[in-house]
Design a protein around this ligand. Structure first.
Ligand code: UDP
Ligand code: MG
Length: 318
């Protein structure tokens, strides 16, 4: 593939004044060296997305842009959360760039992996996922909860790449297709695999945040995981139906048991009727809820209006 493509690095920032200068410095060095090696076009840029920060983040971004056109930025009207901020950045960057890489502002994700991602892109991959090979510096709690999250998502039927967060390269083509996914509750790491196209993985070691503190406290992390499951899977609804079916079978067994007790004359008067009613009613209700759930699940998938297919090639166009 012909090199010299325009690269945009998209960085969502929420209250990141403590890290921004250092991040900008390191990313600038990276971009300049890639330009010098003729890997990317000289119009490549670093795009910061200010996600409604309450500190000086936006002032810093404006300053950076004023002094050096290598930096650019967009500002959201208020805090919309990491996924929305990132999506805003990706959708804006794709207008100007051929290759878009997203990464966090704290540079926990090794920026030297960018070189490997770009090589993979020129080898013909439209998406390159950055995967954490080790989390030596993450706390035990962060590591366990994060890795548990990936396993649980898999169990819930969501196709995500193990230990891949939002450090990835995507081509303009991929982002143009991603724009057709109309859902409002974004879970980007589940959406990219849905888009498809040729893709590959590169590994890197996750480091420690060099300044500031995590903008993902436990509450946000749980919300994010919950969003991921409920935006991608109807397995929880299916579970209700399964429980209903199991309860129904149990209730039939209980019915049988009650009849036997009754025939043997061991039942107190009225007992058989009450026990059977409780079980059968419970089972029927559960079944009914599960059935309604099935339809809600269908409605839910329909309302997303996700594309039914995406072509990667059409020989007629060539
Ligand atoms: N972030 C954001 N909006 C938010 C929360 C976080 O744009 O509401 C950004 C944040 O500035 C950072 C990235 O998302 O660039 C990841 O956040 P963080 O590094 O705090 O998460 P962690 O690495 O601890 O999971
Ligand atoms: Mg971080």
């Amino acid at each position: 593939m012909k090199k010299n493509k325009i690269l945009y690095i998209v960085v969502p920032c929420y209250n990141e004044e403590e890290v921004l200068h250092e991040t900008a410095k390191r990313l600038k060095l990276k971009l300049e060296s890639l330009i010098a090696e003729n890997q990317i076009n000289k119009n490549s840029k670093i795009m910061f997305v200010n996600d409604g920060s309450k500190d000086n983040t936006w002032d810093i971004i404006e300053d950076l842009h004023k002094n050096d056109k290598l930096f650019t930025g967009i500002c959201l009207s208020r805090n919309r959360g990491h996924q929305n901020a990132l999506f805003a950045g990706l959708m804006t960057a794709k207008k100007y760039a051929d290759i878009i890489i997203s990464m966090d502002a704290d540079l926990q994700d090794d920026i030297d992996a960018v070189d490997k991602m770009i090589i993979k892109y020129y080898e013909g991959n439209d998406i390159v996922y950055g995967v954490r090979s080790a989390r030596k510096t993450d706390t035990w709690f962060k590591k366990t909860t994060a890795e548990g999250f990936y396993k649980f998502m898999k169990f819930m039927g969501v196709d995500i790449i193990y230990n891949h967060a939002d450090y990835r390269l995507a081509s303009k083509k991929v982002l143009e297709e991603l724009e057709n996914y109309r859902e409002v509750n974004l879970f980007l790491r589940g959406m990219f695999p849905l888009v498809g196209f040729k893709n590959d993985i590169i590994y890197y070691e996750r480091k420690e945040r060099f300044a500031g503190e995590s903008k993902y406290p436990l509450k946000k992390m749980l919300n994010f995981a919950w969003d991921g499951i409920t935006s991608f899977s109807i397995k929880p609804i299916r579970l209700v139906l399964s429980v209903g079916i199991i309860m129904f079978i149990i209730s039939l067994l209980i019915l049988l048991y009650c009849i036997v007790i009754k025939i043997l004359g061991k039942a107190v008067s009225g007992w058989t009727f009450i026990v059977c009613s409780i079980w059968i009613l419970g089972a029927v209700q559960m079944l009914a809820i599960g059935l309604i759930g099935e339809y809600i699940g269908k409605i839910y998938s329909e309302t997303k209006q996700r594309p039914r297919f995406i072509l990667s090639k059409n020989l007629n166009d060539e």
